[in-house]
Design a protein around this ligand. Structure first.
Ligand code: SAH
Length: 236
């Protein structure tokens, strides 16, 4: 890998490692899109971090912004690997804990209910593959692995849970499968690094739990990404 590119939804998720590597913003790189680019060199490898950007004064979370950011990043930077790093919900029943870091082994949508035959449901659920080195990386660095499931809401409706359970989903976010969708179109490998802010089956109010744990989960994400970047650059 000579050129890796992170796609991150929230500034809070990327800030700790932008600071750690001292990478600098390239202003207006994606104009008129709101995505923001931070760029630098780490151990001889080009490191780019693309944030989805903001609208109406808040970070653009969700699938639409993640799709645009991923597409713009691929077209303008042509990285060897896209890394979608961020926070997620997970499940106590799967043994998850707050600030656990997972490597994704697939990515699917959990809130698309499209009637029709198998072809329609296969297409709408997605079930995108990940970079082939993901499993080995998780093993080498001791991370858990799980299936990323993506929807457009922070809360979880019973029909979302049903879809997640029926498909073996373990991590719940708002961007992963959208990034996977775009990567699948371009044939770009994607690595998912997800840190748990909330437990979907804890009974707690999700936004409160998310907000309380965001700082801790983002620190864990930074530590994980440092190790991942070291690992990828050592393999060059
Ligand atoms: N209003 C919130 C916005 C956060 S939305 C705020 O003030 O910060 C949640 C973000 O964290 C999304 O980017 C999503 O990918 C991730 N996330 C964390 N926990 C999640 C969960 N349980 N379900 C869906 N997305 C979650």
């Amino acid at each position: 890998m000579n050129n890796i590119c992170y796609v991150v939804a929230m500034r809070a998720e990327a800030e700790p490692f932008i600071k750690k590597y001292g990478i600098k913003e390239v202003e207006d790189f994606f104009a008129p899109l709101p995505c923001q680019l931070y760029e630098g060199m780490v151990n001889g490898m080009k490191l780019s971090v693309v944030l989805n950007g903001q609208q109406h004064g808040s970070d653009l979370v969700g699938c639409e912004a993640a799709s645009i950011a991923t597409m713009a990043a691929i077209q303008k930077l042509n990285p060897d690997l896209i890394i979608n790093s961020g926070t997620c919900g997970a499940f106590l029943t799967n043994g998850a804990g707050i600030a656990d870091v997972y490597i994704g082994n697939r990515a699917m949508f959990h809130d698309r209910r499209v009637p029709g035959d198998d072809a329609w449901s296969t297409q709408s659920i997605g079930n995108y593959p990940v970079w082939e080195g993901s499993k080995q990386l998780a093993e080498d660095l001791g991370f858990k692995t799980g299936k990323v499931t993506t929807g457009s809401s922070l809360d979880m409706q019973p029909c979302d849970l049903k879809m997640i359970q029926e498909n073996g989903g373990e991590l719940k976010d708002m961007e992963g499968a959208a990034v996977g969708f775009v990567c699948s179109l371009f044939g770009k490998p994607v690595l998912y690094v997800k840190s748990v802010t909330d437990l979907c089956d804890s009974g707690a109010e999700t936004f409160e739990e998310f907000s309380r744990n965001l700082g801790k989960a983002c620190e864990a994400l930074k530590d994980a990404n440092e190790r991942i970047i070291e690992h990828l650059s050592a393999q060059r």
